[in-house]
Design a protein around this ligand. Structure first.
Ligand SMILES: [Zn+2]
Length: 263
């Protein structure tokens, strides 16, 4: 499958348009009219970084959904990928139930996610089904190739989902008001927190959802997931003048403000 680089100029154009819309829409978003779709490379990525945001929006009356592109089934040295994949899928279903999120599973294998036209078409069709107003995914730079592939797949999929000429099982969707990039320890290069959301009242729901996963509870990876992300929420909260917050990066276009005069 060819890479999506041929469509890059158009992708930039769409992102610029989305960014302009997101600035306009910021004041218009109201509880209950948002649909937040979190897209993660591996089951667990979306919940650990964005679960508190999803819990918050669910509590505000919005619809929330998660797309796991892979199960992240290669991460347990004590289990076969097939057996651990089954476990991860069960854990993902429990986490989604705790968050009140619809959940979708991509067909790819851990470590084999690639920025292909096939992947972009698949994700575009999920976007058309879910009809998100807001999409959260991985930042562009990561230690993990699957995470970088996820960024590029989502970038291309957002464009495809909006195009009349792209035929899939669902009609085109042009309602995405903003794309946000999650604060993931593996995706830290060049990541500068830009948007902070107060999740003080949602941390318990986040913890309940995230700990559906054994790797987050501890014992599989040496990385202290729960402690790291709880401390991160406190750190971002402190910077935002809140108890707990989650922070997101946005595309450089989304930082552009065009005013008639200085505010
Ligand atoms: Zn991951």
């Amino acid at each position: 499958m060819p890479a999506m680089s041929a469509t890059e100029p158009s992708v930039r154009g769409v992102l610029a348009a989305l960014a302009a819309l997101s600035v306009l829409a910021a004041a218009r978003s109201a509880a209950g009219d948002r649909v937040v779709l979190a897209i993660g490379a591996h089951a667990g990525d979306a919940e650990i970084t964005t679960g508190a945001l999803l819990a918050r929006h669910k509590r505000l009356g919005d619809r929330v959904a998660i797309l796991h592109l892979t199960l992240g089934e290669g991460g347990n040295p004590k289990m076969s990928p097939a057996a651990y994949g089954e476990q991860k899928k069960r854990e993902a279903l429990v986490a989604a139930k705790v968050l009140g999120a619809d959940v979708y599973f991509g067909p790819w294998k851990d470590g084999e996610l690639r920025d292909t036209e096939e992947a972009a078409r698949y994700v575009a069709d999920v976007i058309r089904q879910v009809k998100p107003t807001h999409v959260v995914t991985h930042w562009r730079s990561s230690l993990h190739p699957d995470h970088e592939a996820a960024f590029r797949i989502v970038e291309a999929a957002l464009l495809l989902a909006s195009l009349e000429g792209f035929e899939s099982a669902h009609p085109r969707h042009r309602g995405v008001r903003g794309v946000y990039y999650a604060d993931n320890w593996e995706d830290a290069e060049g990541f500068t927190p830009y948007v902070y959301v107060d999740v003080t009242e949602d941390l318990a729901a986040w913890r309940a959802a995230a700990t559906s996963y054994e790797f987050i509870r501890g014992g599989i990876s040496s990385f202290p997931y729960l402690e790291y992300y709880e401390a991160l929420a406190r750190l971002r909260g402190a910077a935002a003048g809140k108890r707990f917050a989650v922070a997101f990066e946005v595309d450089p276009f989304a930082k552009r403000r065009v005013l008639d005069a200085l505010p």
